[in-house]
Write a protein that binds this ligand. Structure first.
Ligand SMILES: Cc1cc2nc3c(=O)[nH]c(=O)nc-3n(C[C@H](O)[C@H](O)[C@H](O)COP(=O)(O)O)c2cc1C
Length: 188
């Protein structure tokens, strides 16, 4: 029914050889016309939604922003990390999937906030995969509480997330902001 064009700015898993949302979305819109396209990756406020519409998308698929809403089923430590996180601290990697024994294929790395295991194993993924003791250490560290229970999946737009609204309020606010941004752009 719809195709999601996800840029590499996005939080969570995505293609290893990802493309940036800004040039990727209109290319997909042209390719799949008339199938509606949703833009994903790096959209966390109404300005981003407006940008998606201007690129020819029918709407936006938003992930990271909704983790900091009162309805989100996440640990409070994740909400705090999203509110305090910075886009420059996010990183796409397979390290945390390997360390926690997740079955995500290596061709789909995930963007997360920083993590001690990323610093320790960056560039040594094959070594980590071949080291059962390191994977056991990860489980032990989680049990001890020295590393978070789950990776904090977050995209580059985490910079724009500074409050904890209800999703019920957030959705109409995004639409109103998008409308305002489009009106402002039209006046220029
Ligand atoms: C917590 C979280 C979990 C996600 N889980 C998946 C997943 O299981 N499969 C998938 O294809 N994408 C997953 N994604 C990516 C989203 O579907 C979406 O493309 C992305 O969040 C959009 O970018 P944004 O985070 O910048 O809004 C996840 C994203 C987040 C933030």
């Amino acid at each position: 029914d719809v195709i999601v064009a996800q840029g590499t700015e996005s939080g969570g898993h995505g293609a290893r050889h990802g493309r940036s949302t800004l040039p990727f979305v209109p290319a997909v819109v042209d390719l799949v016309d008339p199938v509606p396209v949703l833009a994903a990756g790096g959209i966390a406020d109404g300005r981003g939604v407006a940008a998606a519409l201007v690129l020819g998308a029918a709407g936006a698929l938003i992930g990271t922003r909704f983790q900091a809403t009162t309805e989100a089923l996440v640990d409070p430590s994740i909400t705090k990390a999203i509110l305090e996180g910075r886009g420059r601290d996010t990183e796409r990697s397979t390290v945390l999937d390997i360390a926690r024994g997740s079955r995500w294929p290596a061709k789909y790395p995930a963007r997360t906030l920083g993590h001690p295991y990323l610093d320790h194993w960056r560039g040594r993924e094959a070594e980590l995969a071949a080291d059962p003791q390191a994977r056991q250490n990860y489980q032990d560290d989680v049990a001890r509480g020295t590393v978070p229970p789950l990776p904090v999946w977050a995209g580059e737009a985490v910079d724009l997330i500074t409050d904890l609204p209800s999703a019920t309020d957030l959705v109409p606010a995004l639409a109103a902001q998008a409308q305002e941004a489009l009106t402002r752009a039209g006046r220029r």
